[in-house]
Design a protein around this ligand. Sequence first.
Ligand code: NAD
Length: 340
Amino acid sequence: MFAAMRSDRMQAVHLFADEQTGLEAIIAIHNTRLGPALGGCRYMPYATTEQAVADAIRLARGMSYKAALAGLEQGGGKAVILRPAHVPNRAALFEAFGRCIESLRGGYITAVDSGTSPEDMDCIAQQTGHVTSTTQAGDPSPHTALGVLMGIRSVARAKLGRDDLSGVRIMLQGLGNVGYALAELLVAEGADLLVSDLDAGKVRLAVDELGVKPVAADAVYESPCDIFVPCGLGGVLDSHTINRLRCAAVAGAANNQLVDRDAADLLDARGILYAPDYVINAGGLLYVALTHRGVAAGDIAQRVKLIGARLDSIFAQSIAEGRSPAEIADHQAEAILYGD
Ligand code: NAD
């Protein structure tokens, strides 16, 4: 564990157990140079505790990078609760977790992530104020969608020489909370929008309500377009899918779109501009962090809109230095976090 902490430059990993509720939890704090660590709480079964710790460490590091490039005075952290086979009282389990967070005295602020809900955050809020994304706080997805729209505009400027999206052909994969809100924004911008989702009902709704064109889920990669926008699951871009792409750029909300760093190099080699996922999808984090600080909605939207300017700078530096945008983004984040 210490080797993993060293290689990811982790600040601290806290382990918690509560006999009464069966809680077993990990809170990983990557870096608090910019402010208290903020990051979601996962609730899922793991084969081993080591895998859960490794997941928390990897995800916490990602949150530091995302917060740094979003211009937030916020560090990176992540929590993992190991889901027991049998949970007699879910509310009590999350309340116990709230007491764990409270014991860190504000060093870590939690939020919704895979397997947790705003209702779980309400239970945590019974025990600590260091919690966001409660039922009262509101859904961050529309803010993520707004940030992605800004990123798509940046990509269109850099790659297509376009200041607007009118007639720009966009292939949107995934019509969930973020994808559907983004589809509405793109249609309002006059984009020529193609959509796909594994859920036929969501596709039908988008076709009926927004007048977009449907594409079969297994045909999205070779579907000719200007910009491919992944808003479904992560891990969609590997050598196999990248070689099928017939687009000029990739710019979407999904987390961890690239399977590895080689995927960034392959996109670069194919001349496909890639908007680093943790930069373009930071709108939700901005919303969660800034609402927690009591910032007004209008001011939050202005901060989300700065995602476009951040990507402009990453693309300009990428061209100037002949390195991929993914590498430049990491480099910019590390300069902020460590002064490297
Ligand atoms: P969601 O679960 O609401 O929606 C995901 C949608 O993608 C679903 O409709 C699902 O059917 C569809 N999908 C999954 N695999 C697909 C495939 N292969 N082809 C077509 N459709 C597919 O999730 P969401 O909240 O909209 O988030 C979307 C992505 O953005 C996720 O990767 C998430 O981690 C990331 N993200 C979300 C937020 C946020 O604010 N919600 C913030 C940052 C990043």
